[in-house]
Ligand binder design. Structure first.
Ligand SMILES: *[C@@H]1O[C@H](CO)[C@@H](O)[C@H](O)[C@H]1NC(C)=O
Ligand SMILES: *[C@@H]1O[C@H](CO)[C@@H](O)[C@H](O)[C@H]1NC(C)=O
Ligand SMILES: *[C@@H]1O[C@H](CO)[C@@H](O)[C@H](O)[C@H]1NC(C)=O
Ligand SMILES: *[C@@H]1O[C@H](CO)[C@@H](O)[C@H](O)[C@H]1NC(C)=O
Ligand SMILES: *[C@@H]1O[C@H](CO)[C@@H](O)[C@H](O)[C@H]1NC(C)=O
Ligand SMILES: *[C@@H]1O[C@H](CO)[C@@H](O)[C@H](O)[C@H]1NC(C)=O
Ligand SMILES: *[C@@H]1O[C@H](CO)[C@@H](O)[C@H](O)[C@H]1NC(C)=O
Ligand SMILES: *[C@@H]1O[C@H](CO)[C@@H](O)[C@H](O)[C@H]1NC(C)=O
Ligand SMILES: *[C@@H]1O[C@H](CO)[C@@H](O)[C@H](O)[C@H]1NC(C)=O
Ligand SMILES: *[C@@H]1O[C@H](CO)[C@@H](O)[C@H](O)[C@H]1NC(C)=O
Ligand SMILES: *[C@@H]1O[C@H](CO)[C@@H](O)[C@H](O)[C@H]1NC(C)=O
Ligand SMILES: *[C@@H]1O[C@H](CO)[C@@H](O)[C@H](O)[C@H]1NC(C)=O
Length: 838
């Protein structure tokens, strides 16, 4: 069997452009020698003839997938027959039709797949399960895996949802792939083609629910027109077994309903919500539930009326209970904009447990508290939320993030399953007993719960790649796989995804595995280390470097960096007491510096920069080394990807290469900003002599300027040498030039500049009088993510011209034409010998 993965050539399928729309459900034709090994029945029986049934859909999907991957056309019928068939349906429908099966008792959404007999049995506990089984079988076939199997699989948890943060106006909060597929102009989009395509992708990874509108919910979602539109959206997803849920705005009775109050205990408010719920269920008879963000970041909630969070949640729970719906109630509640860093004990990380601990007996049984994976907010690394240990009598779900809000916004490669695993595999040791978050707590086993599970913020958009770029889709795929079974290995998941998305070529598989498995660690390396958080622009767009924004803000995301020391003291003995929120064994581990792992040291402890880590390095030297190592890893990605040229279709190859080259440049922006900042703050030099020394750079401010002036930037460390040049006006052609004083030879020539929105400056690079190439400051269109209007760590970027022959004394000149707000800002050029990252 294993031999089939060792293909080195693929003879077809490489010329066609692929835009990513089919993601991992491409069913690309397998090579003939593999197809020849496939023994599959000659027809498909789908045991339901209702077109909106997931079983009916499963029949068509099997037909499509087998036709695509194996080139065989099978007909689909809806009655059992005597021929050997691929039968898909519920166990009940199969046995009712006289079928015999070895399927064991299945749980809700579970299925049985048996390919051993003449007839392939794909039998679900329910219709959704049957569809999942069809996708599983197709996934095997599409990977050329024709092993005979007979097994049952059941979900680890009943709640496997995605959240979209789509606004009614069509924008998506923290979305990086275009506008909403659900909403525009304050209403729903009538054309549900993309909605159904999304539901198909979600079904294939066994997601059974979606909340389509932003948790920062707009009351007009509940207008009569919008309820009808939501009904159409639910209709489009129902055949795929994906149920619709809705985010609610707590103040709606007042803002939409015209009541004088939204007090959750007020009779008119209760009646109003009951009425809305009844109306919604007329349009969406199987509505999955509500999602509520209350009293968080400016959102209204029960605390406005001195009611408890539980009283607020129970309002919705009681309204929706008669219909079988549930309420996902977010634990992301903290003292919004009111935290004071001067107080050593103030700590936003404490908020979730402080708010919810004493309410554990107060929530109705159809409420699920939805808890972000870490105590703060989707950082590059956080410890697991201790709230999971406190919700013994309340159902809980974890909230993960597929959209890379703090992890490079799909402009940086970051395969997130390894990050999620640090949380899901973590043992909270509740009452000294094994309490692993994924397999024990979220499965419901540890506290004997039937309701529990997973939600992930995904934020796909209209872009055909769904998430803005091709490799980011491994995260969505991995999310579904992990929500079904949190114990599955992240490399196994990644490789299934890679084969389905890019084919069976061994080199493609190895390269994508290698890059993806390094990507999160590399990103953490060049952003924020040792548990200090992502070090991004915390009060703004969460993208580029801005470490000083991580202190002196009222939002409570702090590093407490001063000239001697850094880190949050979260100990009980001297700090914020956060470590005491964990059960005793874990609390004791984090209380002590000796037993806290290096990668969370600054999360739990405030230490001098000279503190010696378990690795033997000082904190500050680790910062320097990790940033250089991470940027070097990022620099290796475009090279590795380039080695796949010809093995991947042109469109996806080129689009991805563009992003990886951008990332390599922005990783250097990150590296330089962070190491310059901490070098400046601490005054401690880099033992390896790299920080602040750039032998291969010529700073723009040191060049001969025509039509340019020297300025500073904000934040200061976003410029090499802390200065840049920009044109003196917005419309006159200008230039900079310098004579090079490097030994003659071949070099890569990099230009560091800033790409803002509201302007598309033009640039052309000359060596003596020979043009090496030109470019435009138009990343705002190419990256799908909105750059800033400022010259800063978000807009800083680099372009590299490879393998240029340069002689000592040659003159480099950059001619520019500013445009709009883009004053063709330049930072430096780097003249890089082979193998030097700069
Ligand atoms: C067929 O599908 C419809 C729609 O999903 C469902 O209502 C019905 O119960 C199904 N029939 C069987 C026999 O499963
Ligand atoms: C083939 O698929 C089965 C079922 O999913 C799996 O157990 C097995 O590991 C796969 N074989 C290979 C070689 O990946
Ligand atoms: C959408 O509704 C908001 C109020 O919720 C309003 O301010 C805005 O102007 C509306 N936009 C459009 C495009 O109708
Ligand atoms: C947006 O909605 C408003 C009010 O419902 C309507 O008058 C207008 O024509 C819509 N605009 C577009 C572009 O659909
Ligand atoms: C609906 O949208 C799809 C693209 O997602 C498009 O192909 C199709 O033509 C649209 N249908 C109508 C009726 O506009
Ligand atoms: C809530 O309680 C505070 C203090 O107990 C009081 O000042 C405030 O008026 C109360 N608010 C409402 C809406 O009852
Ligand atoms: C923050 O705390 C310090 C020290 O307790 C106090 O002096 C200061 O007034 C507080 N600032 C605010 C905005 O509350
Ligand atoms: C688990 O909960 C169920 C009801 O949901 C109950 O019947 C059962 O006894 C409980 N088991 C344990 C071990 O508490
Ligand atoms: C204990 O906390 C104080 C602030 O209250 C801080 O200044 C001091 O450095 C801490 N001590 C240690 C040993 O971390
Ligand atoms: C991350 O940085 C550490 C410390 O410098 C280094 O050992 C490791 O190899 C780096 N990993 C990646 C993927 O860059
Ligand atoms: C998808 O996004 C990329 C970059 O973000 C952009 O170049 C491309 O035009 C977009 N495609 C569509 C169909 O929106
Ligand atoms: C010209 O650039 C400056 C500085 O970036 C900016 O403030 C100004 O708005 C720009 N003018 C135009 C017409 O875009």
């Amino acid at each position: 069997m294993r031999g089939i993965w060792f293909l080195t050539t693929l003879s077809f399928g490489l010329v066609a452009a692929e835009d990513g729309l089919n993601a991992w459900l491409r069913y690309a034709r397998l090579p003939d020698n593999i197809i020849r090994q496939a023994e599959i029945p000659s027809n498909i029986v789908s045991l339901n003839s209702t077109e909106t049934s997931p079983v009916y859909v499963a029949g068509l999907e099997l037909q499509k997938g087998i036709n695509g991957a194996l080139g065989k056309t099978l007909d689909v019928t809806h009655k059992s027959n005597k021929r050997s068939s691929i039968v898909v349906g519920t166990v009940d429908a199969f046995t009712a039709a006289g079928g015999k099966t070895n399927a064991p008792e299945l749980e809700e959404d579970g299925f049985w797949l048996d390919t051993k007999g003449k007839t392939v049995q794909i039998l679900g506990q329910n219709e959704r399960g049957a569809l999942y089984g069809a996708f599983e079988y197709l996934s095997m076939l599409a990977q050329g895996n024709f092993t005979k199997v007979a097994y049952a699989t059941n979900p680890s948890a009943s709640i496997r949802w995605v959240n979209q943060w789509d606004n009614m106006d069509g924008t998506i909060e923290r979305g990086y792939a275009g506008l909403s597929i659900f909403f525009k102009n304050n209403t729903t989009i009538a054309n549900t083609t993309r909605v159904a395509e999304y539901a198909r992708l979600l079904a294939s990874i066994r997601i059974n629910g979606i909340v389509a509108n932003n948790v920062n919910a707009n009351p007009i979602t509940l207008s009569d027109e919008n309820m009808a539109g939501l009904g159409k959206i639910a209709d489009a997803m129902r055949p795929w077994g994906v149920r619709l849920g809705l985010s609610l705005n707590f103040a709606s009775p007042q803002t939409l309903g015209g009541l004088s109050t939204f007090d959750p205990l007020d009779k008119s408010v209760i009646t109003w919500w009951n009425d809305q719920t009844a109306k919604l269920y007329k349009h969406i008879p199987d509505m999955a539930g509500y999602l509520v963000k209350a009293n968080s970041e400016g959102q209204p909630g029960p605390l406005t009326y001195n009611r408890t969070l539980a009283e607020g949640a129970n309002l919705f729970a009681k309204a929706i209970k008669p219909y079988g719906g549930i309420v996902m109630f977010r634990a992301f509640v903290y003292d919004y904009q009111n935290l004071n860093e001067s107080n050593w004990k103030d700590d936003r990380a404490n908020a979730a447990v402080d708010h919810f601990r004493h309410l554990d007996d107060e929530f109705d049984d159809n409420i699920v508290v939805q808890v972000k994976y870490g105590p703060i907010d989707f950082q590059a690394r956080e410890p697991a939320s201790p709230l999971f240990a406190h919700l013994r009598n309340t159902a809980s779900a974890i909230e993960l993030q597929v959209t890379q809000e703090y992890l490079g916004q799909q402009c940086h490669l970051a395969y997130l399953a390894p990050l999620w695993k640090t949380i899901l595999d973590f043992d909270l040791r509740v009452d000294g007993e094994k309490s692993v978050i994924g397999e024990d707590v979220l499965s419901g086993k540890r506290f004997n719960k039937t309701l529990s599970g997973y939600a992930a913020v995904v934020n796909v958009g209209q872009n055909t790649t769904w998430l803005g770029t091709h490799l980011a889709m491994s995260n969505l795929y991995a999310y579904g796989r992990i929500a079904w079974d949190p114990t599955v290995d992240e490399v196994v998941i990644l490789q299934d995804w890679t084969r389905l998305t890019y084919g069976l070529n061994r080199k493609v598989l190895d390269t994508i595995t290698d890059m993806s498995m390094q990507s999160w660690e590399a990103y953490e390396n060049y952003t924020g280390n040792l548990g200090v958080q992502t070090l991004t622009d915390i009060t703004y767009n969460h993208y580029g470097p801005n470490p000083q924004s991580m202190d002196n803000n009222p939002w409570g995301q702090w590093t407490r960096a001063d000239s001697d020391s850094i880190g949050m003291d979260r100990t009980v003995w001297n700090g914020t007491g956060f470590s005491g929120q964990y059960p005793s064994e874990v609390a004791a581990q984090f209380e002590s510096i000796e037993t806290t792992p290096d990668d969370l040291l600054l999360w739990f402890h405030h230490v001098p920069y000279t503190h010696i880590l378990k690795s033997g390095k000082t904190v500050i030297q680790h910062f320097y080394d990790a940033h250089y190592d991470g940027a070097e890893t990022a620099a290796s990605f475009p090279k590795k990807w380039t080695s796949l040229k010809g093995l991947i279709d042109k469109q996806r190859f080129e689009e991805m290469l563009f992003r990886l080259e951008y990332q390599a440049g922005h990783a250097i922006v990150w590296r330089d900003s962070i190491v310059q900042f901490y070098n400046n703050v601490s005054g401690i030099p880099d033992a390896a002599g790299r920080v602040g020394h750039h032998p291969w750079r010529v700073e723009a401010e040191d060049m001969t300027l025509h039509g340019y002036r020297v300025t500073g930037v904000n934040p200061f460390q976003a410029a090499s040498g802390f200065q840049i040049v920009q044109t003196t006006d917005n419309s006159t052609a200008a230039s900079v030039q310098t004579k090079l004083d490097y030994p003659s030879g071949r070099y890569d020539l990099a230009v560091a500049y800033y790409d803002l929105y509201e302007g598309e400056a033009k640039y052309e690079l000359f060596l003596n009088d020979r043009s090496l190439g030109s470019w435009v400051g138009d990343l705002e269109h190419k990256l799908g993510y909105t750059l800033t209007r400022g010259i800063d760590g978000h807009s800083a970027t680099r372009v590299t011209f490879k393998d240029v022959r340069i002689r000592k004394g040659d003159v480099v000149r950059i001619e520019t034409l500013p445009n709009g707000r883009e004053t063709a800002p330049l930072d430096y050029i780097a003249v890089l010998p082979a193998g030097i990252v700069d």
